[in-house]
Design a protein around this ligand. Structure first.
Ligand code: ADP
Length: 739
């Protein structure tokens, strides 16, 4: 319910409740009073009618009684009944005629036998010997008279029949039935109503179960009329009762018993007339109510508008502010609480505006930073939907920004690694780097990338960035790297042929020409040594290009690691001796089988031994060991050399990395030996590592799994199934130590 409706309801309640209460009390009181007054009025009329009827009837009964007790009449009747003389009968008839004439409202007088109602004498001609109606000669036990009202069959008019016993010589001799006109009774009843136009008096009698009308209605045997009279349920001495009269009108009735025990005089009034003042009062109250309600609603409406209009205006303003229109302003100028509310909403709008501007500026700055990075940056939510993307991401994917945002990241990037589909997990906690991935952009171009996936901590919201994906496009550097490898490979190949010729001639001269002076022979040997060294470098370069391109093929077979090491150490003794270095092998000489490419394995051992000799000063010691540890053979080459600084260790196995290799240091080398060694060990499922302390020496360790026949079989069958096994016919040329 809105405030307006609530206010109207409240006003209506406050305004109308007392009025309603007072009106109800007044209405009930006045109704009761009116009812009492009406009842009194009806009652008083009923009593008057009762008295009048009683006195009229009494008078008529007295007249009849007087007539019956007339001396002459009694004598004549006595004589007649005794002897049946005509003279006596004539006397009776004359007396009766005289009485009828004397009392004007008498219509007829009958004297009849009380046992069978046969008329003895009458004022009406030719009725003697006829039989009276039973009610006209029957008198109830204990009563002196019988009174009936009924239709006179001679003229069809309602008449009053009073019957009384006639005693002669104190013996019941006959009955006298006197017929009266009832005009005087009807007139009396009608005159005395005094109840206005609708007032009416009914005199009715109960005859068995039926009520029949006596006065003023026509005596009627009409069944319908009887039903209506019955429905009035007239019982004596009701002071106020409501009923429906014979006309179908709602009436109020007061009743009295009158005349005889079964007679009821009822005065009635139309209820309409009785209720008229009450209805008028009710209508006036309703009128007052309606008018008051309208007035109250209008006033409440005015008040409601006074409160709600400004509130609605403020609500509209805050709605507009909520929709981002921070200039929205409510111009209500009031000193009350509503004015205060309006001011706060305006102030809120202003501070929100400032706040949003700050956020926008911040966002712009962020977006500048985001868009100026070369890396593609994507923020994704829980479901992997991209929420934020920078310009670089647009370039990388070949799509417009709006074509990236709201897309799922998996729609944009189908990752591949080494030619196979690759799954990047965007939901793993912490930071994960995925190197060497490839994907194809919208234009169909291939990109080689490194992907960094970092989970955002603490963001629980549905649409919040859960993960930041940074994609570093390495396609260009990869292309450059490829070009470099191509160039190195091509140059190395081109150098190999002339170098072979130079070495051939030098060897020819050195070994065949005995005529050379010793100094010349020394020069030539030196030239041959350099050419051999150069050959080693070229081979190293070729190995690197093969490793980089993935074209380095290995011939995996069963190799005795111990024998290979023992042989390599022996071969290296000459170089060690040159520097008076003690080179020792402390391990078995055979029976340590591994799966390996014999030549590549020898290359690794040679590289480590050459380095040990190279970086160990004269009189130093080099110890080579072979142990069995956790299912692997572990080879350690330990020297007492110059050592390697701690910070150089992580980069030691990377391409071209040299610790002691400044051009001005005088130390020669390419920084490829350890890189090649590591690559070879990786291809053998082996490990290689270093521990070193500056000035004290270094220990290079490599490990290979102990031979597993099943693995050997599977590796060899894999090799054979390849269509062309490119058997390398090159020799792994060991380095020479430059002293
Ligand atoms: P190169 O010896 O041709 O320079 P390597 O890859 O074999 O290349 O070695 C890389 C670098 O590691 C060397 O330049 C050298 O500084 C360092 N190094 C390798 N072996 C040892 C060692 N036994 N003692 C000290 N330094 C070493």
């Amino acid at each position: 319910m809105k405030i307006k409706q609530k206010l109207i309801a409240l006003f209506l309640f406050i305004g109308l409740a007392p009025t309603l209460a007072v009106s109800s009390v007044a209405y009930i009181t006045i109704s009761n009073e009116l009812q009492a007054k009406t009842s009194e009025q009806l009652n008083s009329v009923a009593i008057k009618q009762e008295q009048k009827i009683n006195s009229l009837l009494q008078k008529k009964q007295e007249e009849v009684s007087k007539l019956a007790n007339t001396y002459d009449f009694q004598v004549s009747l006595g004589n007649y009944l005794a002897s049946h003389k005509a003279t006596d009968h004539a006397t009776i008839a004359a007396i009766l005629q005289a009485k009828q004439i004397e009392i004007s409202d008498i219509q007829a007088i009958y004297v009849a036998d009380p046992t069978d109602g046969i008329v003895i004498a009458s004022t009406i001609d030719n009725t003697e010997g006829q039989k009276l109606q039973k009610s006209d000669y029957t008198i109830a036990n204990g009563n002196d008279t019988a009174v009936n009202v009924r239709e006179d069959q001679r003229d069809g008019i309602n008449k009053l029949y009073i019957t009384t016993n006639i005693s002669v010589n104190k013996k019941e001799a006959a009955v006298m039935s006197v017929v009266f006109r009832i005009d005087d009774i009807v007139a009396t009843i009608q005159d005395y109503t005094g109840l206005g136009t609708t007032g009416e008096t009914i005199v009715a009698s109960k005859e068995g179960d039926n009520t029949v009308s006596l006065f003023p209605l026509r005596f009627d045997t009409d069944a319908a009329l009887k039903t209506k009279l019955n429905s009035l349920n007239l019982t004596a001495n009701d002071s106020y009762k409501t009923a429906t009269d014979y006309r179908g009108h709602a009436v109020v009735i007061a009743t009295r018993s009158a005349g005889f025990a079964n007679w009821v005089v009822a005065t009635k009034m139309d209820q309409q007339e009785v209720l008229a003042p009450i209805n008028q009062l009710r209508n006036s109250l309703i009128g007052i109510f309606v008018v008051s309600s309208i007035a109250i609603i209008l006033i409440a409406n005015y008040f409601a508008r006074f409160f709600t209009n400004p509130i609605l205006q403020i609500a509209r303003t805050s709605q507009r502010i909520g929709q981002g229109d921070f200039n929205a302003h409510s111009d209500i100028q009031r000193g009350d609480e509503i004015g205060e509310l309006s001011n706060s909403v305006n102030a809120m709008g202003l501070s929100l505006s400032a706040f949003v501007s700050r956020i926008e500026a911040e966002r712009n700055r962020l977006s500048v930073v985001l868009n100026s990075t070369a890396e593609s940056i994507l923020a994704i939510d829980k479901q992997g939907t991209i929420i934020i993307a920078n310009q670089a991401a647009s370039h990388l994917t070949g799509r417009d920004l709006h074509d990236i945002v709201d897309k799922n990241i998996s729609e944009l990037f189908a990752w591949q690694q080494q030619g196979k589909p690759f799954e990047v997990s965007y939901t793993t906690d912490g930071r994960t780097t995925y190197p060497d991935l490839k994907f194809i952009d919208a234009m169909g171009d291939e990109h080689f990338v490194k992907v960094l996936v970092a989970r955002v901590v603490g963001e629980q919201e549905q649409r919040a960035a859960q993960t930041i994906v940074t994609i570093h496009d390495e396609t260009k550097s990869r292309e450059l790297e490829d070009m470099k490898i191509d160039f190195v490979s091509m140059a190395a190949h081109e150098l190999r042929t002339p170098l072979a010729a130079i070495r051939g001639y030098l060897e020819l001269v050195s070994f065949k020409d005995r005529t050379l002076q010793s100094s010349t022979a020394g020069y030539i040997r030196q030239a041959l040594k350099s050419a051999t060294e150069l050959g080693g470098l070229i081979n190293n370069l070729l190995d690197v290009t093969r490793i980089e391109r993935g074209t380095l093929t290995l011939n995996m077979e069963k190799v005795d690691l111990a024998a290979t090491i023992a042989q390599a150490v022996t071969d290296m003794q000459f170089s060690a001796n040159d520097k008076q270095i003690t080179l020792r092998y402390a391990g078995p000489n055979n029976n340590c089988s591994v799966v390996a490419d014999q030549i590549a394995l020898r290359e690794v051992i040679n590289n480590l031994l050459i380095n040990a000799v190279k970086y160990t000063p004269e009189h130093g010691t080099i110890t080579v060991s072979l142990d069995m540890e956790d299912g692997s053979y572990v080879v350690r080459v330990k020297d007492s050399g110059i050592g390697i600084p701690q910070k150089a260790l992580p980069n030691l196995f990377t391409k071209f990395y040299r610790v002691h290799g400044g051009l001005d240091s005088g130390s020669t080398g390419t920084g490829l030996g350890l890189f090649i060694s590591k690559s070879i060990m990786e291809r053998h499922n082996g490990t290689i590592s270093v521990a070193s302390e500056i000035g004290k020496g270094s220990t290079f360790t490599f490990g290979l799994p102990i031979l597993d026949e099943t693995r050997l079989a599977s590796v060899q069958s894999e090799q054979q199934s390849q269509e062309q096994i490119m058997r390398r016919h090159r020799g792994w040329v060991t380095k020479n130590i430059t002293r």
